[in-house]
Design a protein around this ligand. Structure first.
Ligand code: ADP
Ligand code: MG
Length: 553
C-alpha cells in the first residue's frame, strides 16, 4: 500500500482538476440527498394537508426540479473533470515509467515479456484510476456524512450519534477492512493476469512451431490454467466485495432504523413534524450512496496496491551499468582494447576469463568461435551493456566506465544478433542508425547491402511499411535492413554480431568480402561463423574464454 503513495508527486500537477472533481462529486451527492429529503418532505406534507387547505406546492416542486438539474449537471461535470484528470495522470505515469525502463537493458530478460506488458498496461491502468475511485469518493463521503450529521443534530438530535457511528463505519471501517482482507487476493489477481499474458504471448509467438510439433495441447492447457487461476482470484475478490456491500446495506438499514426510532420519539414529543421526518429518513438513505461507491473503490485499491508495488520494482531496479558521476570526454579514434577481462553472467562461472586483445583504429577484424563461447558477450562489453568483473575495456586508451553511455554509443555501433525490424517505413528503420540521413545516403547504403533493387520494387519504396503486421520481410532481408542501419551510423567503431545469419551462402560471401570496403576508415569488428574472406585484416578465435590469433595478414 505504501508504494501507492510513492506516486503521489505525480498528482502535484493535477491539484486543480482533483479539487474540482471532489467538489463536483460532493455537489452531486449533496444534491441527491437534498432531492430525496425534499421530495420525502414534500410528498408527506402534501398528503397530510387536507384538501383545499392552503399548501404551497410551487416552491417545493421548483426546489425538486432545481436539485435534479444541479445533480445532473454536477455529475456530468464530475465525470468530465475526473476522466480528464485520469487521462492526464495516465500519460504522466507512462512517461515516468518509460523514462525508467530504457536504462534497464536487457529489459525483457529481466522481467519477461508478458510480465512487462502487464506492468506497462494493466498495472498502470490499475493505478491511474485509484485516485479517481478512491481519493474522490472518500473525501466526498466524509464531507457528505459530516453535513448529514450536522443536519440531524439540528433537526433530530436523538438520531445524530447513531447515524454518525453507522455512517462512518460504512465509509471508513468497511472499505479499510475490505482493502486489508483483499490484499493477498488483489496481488494474486495482478500476478495471475501477468501469467495469463505471458502464456498468451508465448502461444502467439510460438504458434507455428507449436502446431508443427503437435504441441498445441500443452500450450492451450497452460493458457487455460493461467486463465482459471485468474478467474478464481477474481471470484474470491468479488466475494469479499459482495460481503462488504451487504455489510454496508446492513449499516444503512441500521441507520434508517435508528433515525426512525429517534424520529417517532421526537414526533410524540412534538419537536418534529411528519413531513420533516419523512424527508430526513430519505436523506439518510441517500447519503449511503457514497459508501456503495467506496466499496467498489476499495476492491480496486487492493489490486492497485499490488500494481504499485510492481511498478515500483521497475523504478527502483538498478540499471545494469552505472553512469559515471562526472563522465570524461572520449578521446578521438577507433582503438578498442580488452585488458585481462573476466566476465560471467554468474560471476562464479566466467564466460570470459583473462581475455586480452586489441583492435587498432581502421582495422577490420573477425572474431570466430564455437556457439556459446562468449562472442556476443564480447559485443555486450564493447558497448558497455555490462561491466567486466575484472580487467578493463578501453576505447582509445580510456576506461569505458568513465564515459557517458549515450556518447559511447554514438562512437561505437552494434548490430546485435537479434536486431529487430520495427513496424515502420524502410526510411524510419534505416534512420535509427543516423537520424538525419538523406535519401541519397539511404539508397547508397541499400546498394551496399544488396537491397536497393528490392526496395525499388516496393510500393512507396523508402516509404514502404515493413515489419510485423506491415510488409513481412524474409529473414535475410530483415537482417540486411539492420546491417544497413548499422553501416549508416557515424560511429568510429562498428560491431556486427553474426551479420550474415539468414543470408544465403552466396550473398554471405559477397557481403563479407565487401565489408572491409564498406567500413573503410572505421574500425570494424565482425563476429561470424562464416568463412572469413582474405580481405579482413585479422581473424581471432575465441576458445575457453580467451582469444587466439589464427590468421594475420
Ligand atoms: N543473459 C544471459 N544470462 C545468463 N547467461 C548467458 C546470458 N547470455 C549468454 N549467456 C551464456 O553465456 C555464454 C556465452 O554466450 P554468448 O556470448 O551469447 O555466446 P556466443 O555469442 O559465442 O554464441 C553461454 O554459455 C550462454 O549460455
Ligand atoms: Mg552470439
Amino acid at each position: 500500500m505504501r508504494a501507492i503513495f510513492a506516486f503521489a508527486p505525480l498528482l502535484g500537477r493535477l491539484k486543480g482538476p482533483i479539487v474540482l472533481t471532489v467538489l463536483l462529486s460532493l455537489l452531486t451527492l449533496l444534491a441527491g440527498i437534498g432531492l430525496l429529503g425534499l421530495s420525502g418532505w414534500f410528498l408527506t406534507a402534501a398528503a397530510l394537508s387536507t384538501l383545499g387547505s392552503a399548501f404551497n406546492i410551487f416552491a417545493p416542486s421548483a426546489g425538486v426540479r432545481g436539485l435534479s438539474f444541479i445533480r445532473i449537471l454536477a455529475r456530468y461535470g464530475e465525470k468530465l473533470s475526473g476522466h480528464d484528470m485520469t487521462l492526464r495522470l495516465l500519460s504522466d505515469l507512462r512517461a515516468w515509467l518509460f523514462a525508467r525502463l530504457f536504462p534497464l537493458v536487457p529489459l525483457a530478460r529481466r522481467f519477461g515479456r508478458g510480465d512487462l506488458v502487464s506492468r506497462l498496461l494493466a498495472d498502470v491502468e490499475a493505478l491511474d484510476t485509484v485516485f479517481l475511485v478512491a481519493l474522490g469518493p472518500i473525501s466526498t463521503a466524509v464531507l457528505a456524512g459530516a453535513a448529514m450529521t450536522v443536519a440531524l443534530a439540528l433537526a433530530l438530535p436523538g438520531a445524530a450519534l447513531v447515524y454518525a457511528l453507522l455512517f462512518f463505519a460504512a465509509v471508513l471501517l468497511v472499505p479499510v477492512g475490505l482493502v486489508l482482507a483483499s490484499r493477498a487476493v488483489g496481488s494474486e489477481v495482478v500476478a495471475a493476469g501477468a501469467a495469463l499474458r505471458q502464456a498468451v504471448l508465448d502461444g502467439v509467438d510460438g504458434h507455428q512451431d507449436l502446431v508443427l510439433f503437435g504441441a498445441t495441447g500443452e500450450a492451450a492447457a497452460s493458457a487455460a490454467t493461467a486463465s482459471a487461476r485468474l478467474a478464481q482470484a477474481r471470484r474470491r475478490l468479488g466475494l469479499r466485495a459482495a460481503l462488504a456491500s451487504a455489510l454496508v446495506q446492513l449499516l444503512a438499514g441500521g441507520a434508517l432504523l435508528g433515525t426512525l426510532v429517534a424520529g417517532f420519539a421526537a414526533l410524540e414529543a412534538g419537536t418534529i413534524d411528519g413531513p420533516l421526518l419523512a424527508g430526513l429518513l430519505l436523506a439518510v438513505l441517500a447519503s449511503f450512496e457514497a459508501s456503495a461507491m467506496l466499496v467498489r473503490s476499495a476492491t480496486r485499491l487492493a489490486g492497485a496496491a499490488a500494481a504499485a508495488d510492481r511498478l515500483q520494482a521497475i523504478a527502483s531496479s538498478a540499471p545494469a551499468v552505472a553512469e559515471p558521476a562526472a563522465p570524461l570526454p572520449i578521446p578521438a579514434g577507433g582503438d578498442m582494447r580488452f585488458e585481462a577481462v573476466r566476465f560471467g553472467y554468474d560471476p562464479q562461472h566466467p564466460v570470459l576469463d583473462g581475455l586480452s586483445f586489441a583492435v587498432r583504429s581502421g582495422e577490420c577484424v573477425a572474431i570466430t568461435g564455437p556457439s556459446g563461447a562468449g562472442k556476443s558477450t564480447i559485443a555486450q562489453l564493447l558497448l558497455r551493456l555490462a561491466d567486466p568483473d575484472a580487467g578493463t575495456v578501453r576505447l582509445n586508451g580510456s576506461d569505458l566506465r568513465e564515459m557517458a553511455g549515450p556518447e559511447l554509443r554514438q562512437r561505437v555501433a552494434l548490430m546485435t544478433q537479434d536486431a529487430p525490424v520495427f513496424l515502420d517505413t524502410i526510411r524510419a528503420n534505416l534512420r535509427i542508425g543516423r537520424d538525419n540521413a538523406d535519401d541519397g545516403a539511404l539508397w547508397h547504403v541499400l546498394e551496399a547491402v544488396h537491397l536497393a533493387e528490392f526496395v525499388r520494387g516496393l510500393p512507396g519504396q523508402l516509404d514502404a511499411v515493413v515489419g510485423e503486421a506491415g510488409r513481412t520481410l524474409s529473414a535475410g532481408q530483415a537482417r540486411r535492413i539492420c546491417l544497413a542501419r548499422t553501416l549508416l551510423s557515424r560511429a568510429d567503431i562498428v560491431v556486427f554480431d553474426e551479420p550474415t545469419s539468414g543470408l544465403d551462402a552466396e550473398t554471405e560471401a559477397a557481403f563479407l568480402a565487401e565489408l572491409p570496403e564498406l567500413t573503410r576508415g572505421r574500425t570494424a569488428i565482425v563476429i561470424t561463423h562464416a568463412v572469413v574472406p582474405e580481405t579482413f585484416d585479422r581473424v581471432l578465435e575465441l576458445r575457453a574464454g580467451r582469444l587466439a590469433e589464427v590468421r594475420h595478414h
